[in-house]
Design a protein around this ligand. Structure first.
Ligand code: ZN
Length: 389
């Protein structure tokens, strides 16, 4: 395994198919990104994990020696099952049976096969297969999700221990705490999974409701309540990974309450749609975050708040300013708002690339600012500098 370290709290973009759309890993280095999440199932169904094993693992394949997390594939199977309401996709206690939508072939993913695929990839951290549910699931569905998630975590750990008998070469293993919006079920899930004494514990259920955005402020409030509660259940010597979170203000909220690892498609996807994160007061939309716990008194509301620019609107057609005068990224130092708007309007890949570089730079700088302040104020006294062999 590559010698890798990552400073926590950290944000990782999603390299779903083994790539950040339109960017190279050299671009990621220039931005300062030091970790990515890649998708087990998508890699398996394209190049295949056995081929990556033959190449020498995913770091060698990417030619990138930084932190790489592989997910279990559970969320993708769940999305598939919920997108296609037919009986060809079935989840039982044994595992997930489903059809590959690209070639129509039957596939089977079990806790053991997920660990094996991830082992072939040789990441720094892997995640055990879990049983996700959506926010509107019934109580019995949520209970079943917790039960199966625990069973699968136990089977995954058994397989993991068989493979990694030598402690020195083990990647980090994480389990996903389920339970939906139910405090009692979240407690049961956390208690059962903590008995396995893994290094990493993840928040399952983002988004807890279907859709790209929250339907109501009540749902958003429940999501935040669950993040606070689940963080409180995980001891501070474990890595706390809030999967799929989220907007920068959500990341700030999570760090405020002890979470320290994040991934999301939002900065890259939003960049391609022309939504750019910028310094507070720049334009269009404003997002305010008022620090309330760990971050209180060490960062101001202004330092954690920002604007979102809708670059494709007409108002930028003659605008010769950079996207954000405070940003030193390749986009902001080389092109105007007007030209970037044009590139995005004509769907030019170089425009997608520049916008993506800008948004990832914003995310990286935002999280780095929080991390630096936490460290200066000695608020981080646990696993803040993760070193792996
Ligand atoms: Zn920029």
């Amino acid at each position: 395994m590559y010698k890798t370290e990552i400073d926590l709290p950290a944000f990782m973009p999603d390299a779903t198919y083994g790539a950040i759309k339109t960017l190279s890993f050299n671009d990621l280095n220039n931005i300062g990104i030091h970790g990515v999440v890649t998708n087990t199932l998508h890699i398996e169904q394209t190049i295949g994990s056995e081929n990556i094993k033959k190449i020498g693992g995913i770091h060698k394949f990417f030619n990138w020696n930084k932190f790489i997390v592989t997910d279990s594939g559970g969320w993708q199977v769940f999305s598939l099952i919920n997108a296609k309401e037919d009986t060809k996709h079935i989840v039982t206690e044994v595992g997930c049976s489903f059809l590959n939508t690209k070639n129509g072939k039957h596939c089977f993913l079990s806790p053991e096969t997920s660990i094996m695929i991830q082992h072939n990839l040789q990441p720094n951290a892997m995640i055990v297969l879990d049983f996700p549910i959506h926010g509107n699931a019934t109580y019995s569905e949520r209970k079943q999700s917790v039960k199966i998630t625990t069973q699968w975590a136990k089977r995954s750990l058994k397989k993991f221990k068989e493979i990694y008998s030598n402690n020195n070469n083990r990647p980090i293993l994480g389990a996903v705490i389920q339970g939906g919006n139910d405090f009692e079920l979240r407690t049961i899930s956390a208690t059962e999974l903590l008995e396995l004494d893994l290094q990493m514990y993840n928040f399952g259920g983002t988004p807890m409701y279907f859709g790209e955005t929250w339907k109501t402020t009540k749902e958003y409030r429940i999501f935040h309540e669950m993040l606070v509660y689940v963080s409180s259940l995980i001891p501070n010597d474990k890595i706390k990974y809030a999967m799929g979170v989220g907007q920068p203000i959500d990341i700030a909220f999570c760090i405020d309450y002890g979470w320290d690892l994040f991934d999301t498609v939002l900065p890259t996807r939003n960049a391609r749609h022309g939504y750019l994160y910028t310094s507070l007061g720049t334009t269009d939309e404003t997002r305010i975050y008022k620090p309330q716990n760990l971050l209180k008194n060490i960062l101001s509301e202004d330092e954690l708040s920002y604007s979102i620019m809708h670059i494709k609107t007409q108002r930028y057609i003659h605008d010769s300013e950079p996207v954000d005068a405070n940003c030193k990224c390749e986009c902001c130092t080389t092109v105007s708002r007007s030209y970037l708007r044009h590139l995005l309007k004509i769907r030019e890949p170089s425009g997608y690339r520049l916008a993506t570089i800008h948004n990832l730079t914003f995310y990286e700088n935002y999280v780095r600012k929080i991390r630096t302040k936490l460290r200066q104020n000695k608020k981080i006294n646990f696993h803040n500098h993760l070193k792996l062999k």
